[in-house]
Design a binder for this molecule. Structure first.
Ligand SMILES: [Zn+2]
Length: 176
């Protein structure tokens, strides 16, 4: 995942301070998103001494990914409520785009949640299903929930073996 990095280096004499607009010894402050420098500013030692504030407007793409993350967490919580489980800590920030949420109903279900704004569909990757199976405990059924937000439609995708297990369980219920 790409991270925001604040880089600060003392600069040689001769830079304009962004706070007091005077030239002097400055601290060169740079904000990076991955390797891309988004913003930079110089702050003089005088201004640093009294606590200068350097304003960095968050770039649009960061704002967007935060909005996506929040939305993903909201949908994940909805799934947890439906299933009577709980979202797993630290999930949902794994990969962008195609954020995955992770909900667990201990001893029963392990669900990965994805959402898509596609109107025709989304790419289903076997590696995503493999991840879901990998994190599920032996007594938990792995299921991927794919939510098409704009179509207000959701699909549950599960391994064929899991499907057979559920079928067997339903048969057993009927027989008893
Ligand atoms: Zn200054």
């Amino acid at each position: 995942m790409t991270s925001l990095v604040l880089d600060m280096v003392a600069a040689p004499y001769g830079h304009l301070c962004c706070a007091c607009r005077e030239t002097g010894d400055t601290l060169h402050v740079r904000l990076y998103l991955g390797k891309e420098c988004l913003r930079e500013a110089h702050v003089c030692s005088g201004c640093l001494g009294v606590g200068a504030e350097v304003e960095f407007a968050l770039p649009e793409k960061v704002m967007k990914s935060q909005a996506v993350l929040r939305e993903s967490q909201r949908l994940e919580q909805g799934l947890a409520n439906d299933m009577g489980g709980r979202p797993q800590a630290g999930s949902g920030n794994s990969t962008l785009p195609g954020l995955r949420g992770d909900v667990r109903v201990e001893g029963k279900w392990r669900l990965q949640h994805k959402f898509s704004d596609g109107l025709k569909g989304t790419r289903l990757k076997l590696s995503d299903m493999a991840d879901t199976i990998r994190v599920a405990a032996p007594n938990e059924m792995p299921v991927m929930i794919i939510e098409f937000r704009r179509l207000r439609e959701s699909l549950a995708v599960l391994p064929y073996n899991t499907f057979l297990e559920i079928k067997e369980a339903l048969n057993a219920d009927e027989d008893s």
